[in-house]
Design a protein around this ligand. Sequence first.
Ligand SMILES: *Cc1c(COP(=O)(O)O)cnc(C)c1O
Length: 401
Amino acid sequence: MEDIVARKFTQVFTQQAPLPAESMQAAMSVLESGRLHRYNLLPGETGEVAALEAEYRDWQGSAYCLALTSGGQALQIAMRACGVTPGDVVLTNAFTLAPVPGAIAAAGGRAALVEITEDLRLDLGDLGEKIAATGARFLLLSHMRGHLCDMEALMRICDRAGVTVIEDCAHTMGARWNGRRSGNFGKAACFSTQTYKHMNSGEGGFLTTDDAGIAARATILSGSYMLYERHGAGPAPEAFAETRYQMPNCSARMDSLRAAILRPQLARLDGSISAWNALYAVTDRGLAASNRIRTITRPAAETPVGSSIQFRLPGFSAAQCEAVLAAADARGVELKWFGAAEPRGFTSNHQSWRYMDRHALPHTDRVLSALFDMRLPLPFSEQDCAFVAELICEAVDEVAS
Ligand SMILES: *Cc1c(COP(=O)(O)O)cnc(C)c1O
């Protein structure tokens, strides 16, 4: 007899919200002008990129902001601007996305991976041990999937050990810890406007910092052709006096077209954040109804942005996890699983990053072996999310029984 699944979700998980009409108009103006490069300005003109930098600086509450081609480039440039040189050990989360170890490798760093907890946050006990064992002076802290660790405790550990913290805020643009914005704890922070992040320019990124020296070095590294005085949220010209001779050009500038489509999105970002958190709350409640599913505990100090959701299925074997993926897929629900032996799509794990030193990470491996992940696209309604959560519970029950 054929297995018939009666209930199915029919929307697409890679669906995107259309860009605001203002983004389209602004893009048309840039295209009409033909001046797409950030430094191709008329006398007295600010330009879209400089305007965006000033607006993001003000929204973030940092002293400086630099717009770049991608979040990955922002990470690499932030590390170099903070003083990472070839051969330096850079600590980072064992659970993160491939651009993070990729940026460390590109900066010539040697990645040392730190274990995560069951709630997907950096394990501060292991961090302390790895600082002591490696003598590392840098931590590239990845707030993977928006889960912030105890930021005050983390900064105490790193400040005491003289470790410079660079925050990867690709999933925490707009999130807060005890009311303070993610990205405003470390020396520098990096954001992504890649199509699936909190603002969408296809590719793109920001680097923010309160340190004039870091901002100046990052600006020259980004490829400013000595036109740094045309930036919108950079330090005073004096900050470039020596730096302009010291830093190589890595050509990672944002262009006017992308900046033009981002500015109207930034003006709407707080609304998007509320909408994501409403979808997250409904989905999380639905998943928590199953006694087989472990949702991720969110600390009271955290104000997250729920643009995706994760859950664990403790005790499920690899074969059962594969079966859950298939049972969800049969219901039209696109899940990702971080425990697969081979990297797939966006879910590679540290076992696949063979260009770097291998690490024994038993705790992280155990967590990842039964960790699932799902995007929450803004075009979905709360009813859609409630239905999707029901379908996931059904799929899990089908596999377990
Ligand atoms: C997307 C992402 C990045 C980098 O972003 P790109 O703009 O795609 O280079 C960094 N860290 C994490 C965790 C990400 O998901």
